[in-house]
Design a protein around this ligand. Structure first.
Ligand code: ZN
Length: 257
């Protein structure tokens, strides 16, 4: 840890009255659906998802919400942030069967065009209900169209709509204007990152298969492109090995009970 960062952490630690506790990094995981149909590499049944979370907890990992991670309310060790993209109808049941019983509040990135769209997508009534129960939401484009370099070059108007249109309908449903944005398909060039931040979002999130811990206390962390790890079936063993290795390298002072 550099001197500057160490001093910043000490400073933040003293603000929260936590003495010399240093805000640790977070790994932001990105999930999608909980149908249990085995047809998608992104899908987990409630049971398998629950087991996955329990394995992470058994290794001593603390789950923190996205706003807490941003505010530096993490332990000194690597913590895990859960995010879920798109707005599949199965998130409603998973919140109540998987996440809520474990006192976990994943951050939900949804795109307005999906809401009330079909029997596969979540309804505005259920989004509203989850919001009342304390789940937090962000924008994930409007139509879920790519915001990539190629899209920006060939159809900038479409990319502008993805950035500018979600806030109004989401504000109507949620009762607040979302401040977080996740790029559909996970990628965006610098110009699009700037566009999204200028549209009023404080943080915008990328996503791919890489495992990249994020340090929100790092003043150089780009607000417009915070990495997340998509949890596919095929990279789950890699992720679990990474977490097991981290847990072995950073043993808990007081073993998890
Ligand atoms: Zn998506």
């Amino acid at each position: 840890m550099g001197v500057k960062k160490g001093l910043l952490s000490l400073f933040l630690g003293s603000i929260w009255g936590l003495g010399t506790v240093v805000a640790g990094p977070v790994l932001i995981l990105d999930y999608h659906t909980f149908l249990g149909t085995k047809t998608s590499t992104l899908d987990y049944s409630d049971k398998v998802m629950g087991e996955q979370l329990d394995r992470m907890a058994a290794l001593g990992f603390q789950f923190v919400t996205l706003p807490d991670a941003i505010a530096g309310k993490t332990g000194p060790r690597l913590s895990i942030v859960l995010t879920i993209d798109d707005g599949n109808h199965s998130i409603y049941q998973a919140m109540h069967k998987v996440f809520e019983p474990r006192h976990l509040k994943p951050f939900l990135f949804i795109y307005p065009h999906a809401i009330d769209r079909s029997r596969f997508t979540i309804t505005s009534a259920r989004v509203h209900e989850l919001e009342k129960e304390g789940f937090l939401f962000g924008a994930h484009g409007y139509y879920h169209l790519p915001m990539t370099e190629h899209a920006w070059r060939t159809d900038p108007e479409q990319v502008r709509h993805e950035a500018l249109w979600p806030a109004e309908p989401l504000t109507k449903i949620l009762g607040y204007r979302p401040t977080m944005f996740a790029y559909p398909y996970g990628f965006a060039p610098l110009a699009v990152q700037k566009l999204v931040l200028s549209a009023g979002y404080q943080w915008a999130f990328a996503a791919d298969d890489k495992i990249v811990p994020v340090d929100f206390s790092d003043p150089h962390l780009a607000h417009g492109y915070v990495p997340r790890t998509i949890v596919y079936h095929w990279n789950l063993p890699i992720l679990m090995r990474y977490l097991e290795h981290y847990a072995a390298e950073h043993p808990l002072k007081h073993p998890a009970t």
